[in-house]
Design a protein around this ligand. Structure first.
Ligand code: CA
Ligand code: NI
Length: 564
């Protein structure tokens, strides 16, 4: 049987540098896959020997997108090590910022990084705007910015790009690919919201900066609490935050959710085939305490799509290993004791990844030795299965309106549905968090910091900051000796999902999800991108020196390399 290899390097419209190689048989069905993180940055090493109070500001530089969540997890790891409980107000302010980030991240991911795998811009130019207006009303009674005149102006704008022969940021699409399924009108409605989403995500940054000082790379967290004292006590600033969130809620209800329903319907056949389905192992830690004592997210572990058996999450069961990753230490061990000394080994002579041996800068995290998928899909499935009073009603409503079943979420399109539902949940519950904050302030609880004396803190200790963040479970582990950081380890969501194979040969989630995917045209591997993008890769987070050995610089300039 002849096998061909398709190489995509770099995968674009993601954060960071990812290389995907797939092997296809004579029917162009994927039979093996390798996901390789192509960037090593060594932030974990930089953190060694630092004062534990300083590391949050450095750790947040792991990524330029997920800055807030690394900041928070890092500060929380130190608080855990020192057994410091932060005041209620500080926790709420942290939650307001983190959940606003969830919403912003999901909107950017869907519209700006992923939707063009489903939406064909060139087809939108054929749309009948009057028909598009009515079509959009099938998915919401009052669709977002849906007048015929406005749609005409969107069409004109897109048309001017094409006429000028410069699609700019749209130039690297597989336009006209035979697996695009939306009608010209549906494509136009999506492109309208693509442009609107640019403004919306910008507004959310403004909301986040009200408490965080700035974004990305916020400034408002310290060990023990937050510094946003004056912001919290200024009603105008609280009001400004909620004003933006209300506008965002409109966008989610009238654009994002209806657009996802449209994709679920048009790509129903892809869902039925389970395109992009992985091993069915899902992991989430839960979190974000609500005023009524419920949690926004439930923790739980599901294996092999067995929705009747959810196990409780236990952080002690997390290990990392690097038998197939470019690090010295191969043995699975607790993240507290993990080592990140790089050990680069060469590629094959033709520049492709080694089928055996090391091939990625991403390590392989495992839970009880098992590979795990993390992210909105894990959270929504676990929440539904555990009858979460928060998540279940949203999931039930979406499933009854679309006919989707729980298993259907475990697919490329399904991950997008789960992410959209989650964006809506996070946005709606921001109102609850804000009410709780106002309620506290009203009763003269203005505390935002728990006083502690650094010199009195244990000199030798350890702690973890473990959170659900937009792309899945994020954990920071710090070991402190002589009041300095002795070891620091991060296991980010993309470390889980972009994981390479391990010593036992288990594939990582991207790799597993690619097996069985059929390509209609191997020179335009759009189906591979659909699968990989559906995970919302953030490679900067997953690996922390660009490899210059054995690779030509020109390689990075090529958008898609197909060596069939
Ligand atoms: Ca790590
Ligand atoms: Ni990131």
């Amino acid at each position: 049987m002849s096998k061909n290899k398709i190489v995509i390097d770099p995968v674009t419209r993601i954060e960071g540098h990812l290389r995907i190689e797939v092997e296809v048989d004579e029917d162009n069905v994927v039979t093996e896959a390798w996901a390789s993180g192509q960037l090593f940055r060594g932030i974990e090493i930089i953190l060694k020997g630092r004062d534990p109070r300083d590391i949050g500001l450095i750790a947040q530089r792991i990524c330029g997108v997920c800055t807030n969540v690394h900041y928070r997890a890092s500060i929380s790891a130190v608080e855990d090590a020192y057994s410091i409980t932060i005041p209620k107000n500080a926790e709420i302010i942290r939650n307001l910022v983190t959940l606003a980030l969830f919403v912003q991240d999901h909107i950017i991911h869907y519209y700006h990084l992923h939707s063009l795998d489903f939406v064909d811009i060139t087809s939108a130019l054929q749309a009948d705007c009057a028909k598009a207006v009515t079509m959009a009303q099938l998915y919401h009674e009052n669709p977002y910015r849906n007048s015929e005149g406005h749609l005409e102006s969107v069409k004109e704008k897109l048309g001017s790009f094409v006429k000028a022969g410069r699609l700019g940021l749209f130039s690297n699409g597989y336009w006209g690919h035979e697996t695009y399924r939306l009608s010209p009108e549906e494509n136009l409605v999506h492109m309208n919201h693509y442009l609107e989403a640019l403004r919306i995500q910008h507004d959310i940054s403004k909301a986040i900066a009200i408490f965080a000082g700035k974004t990305p790379h916020p400034q408002n967290l310290v060990v023990g609490g937050v510094t946003s004292v004056a912001d919290m006590l200024n009603p105008q600033r609280l009001n400004d935050f909620m004003f933006i969130i209300k506008e965002v809620r409109e966008f989610l209800e009238r654009a994002y959710i209806p657009d996802i329903k449209m994709v679920v319907k048009a790509y129903g056949e892809s869902i039925q085939r389970g395109e992009g389905r992985g091993s069915g192992n899902f992991l989430c830690c839960g979190g974000y305490r609500l005023p009524n004592k419920n949690q926004l997210f439930e923790g739980g572990v599901i294996t092999g799509h067995d929705f009747d058996a959810v196990e409780a999450f236990d952080p002690e069961k997390i290990t990392e290993e690097a038998s197939r990753a470019w690090y010295e230490s191969d043995k699975p061990c607790s993240p507290y004791d993990q080592d990140s000394t790089p050990f680069y080994t060469d590629l094959n002579e033709d520049g492709t990844l080694k089928s055996e041996g090391k091939y990625s800068w991403v390590k392989a995290p495992r839970y009880e030795g098992k590979v795990m998928e993390v992210g909105p899909v894990a959270r929504m499935i676990v929440g539904a299965v555990k009858n979460s009073p928060v998540i279940k009603p949203y999931m039930d409503r979406f499933m009854s309106e679309t006919g989707m079943k729980l298993i259907d979420f475990s697919s490329s399109v399904g991950r997008n549905a789960a992410r959209a539902i989650e964006a809506q949940i996070c946005c709606d519950y921001l109102f609850d968090f804000m009410s709780e904050l106002i309620e506290n302030i009203k009763y003269y609880d203005e505390t935002t910091w728990t006083k502690y004396v650094f010199e009195e803190m244990p000199k030798t200790t350890k702690g973890a900051g473990i959170f659900e963040v937009p792309r899945g479970i994020l954990s920071h582990f710090v070991r402190i000796e002589e009041a300095k950081v002795a070891n620091y380890q991060v296991v980010a969501p993309t470390t889980w999902n972009a994981s390479p194979k391990d010593a036992t040969g288990q594939r990582g989630p991207y790799e597993e999800a690619l097996i069985g995917v059929k390509l209609s045209d191997p020179s335009r591997p759009l189906e591979v991108l659909r699968v990989v993008h559906s995970f919302d890769p953030c490679l900067a987070c997953a690996v922390h020196v660009i490899d210059t050995k054995g690779r030509e610089l020109s390689h990075y300039k090529i958008q898609t390399v197909c060596s069939v």
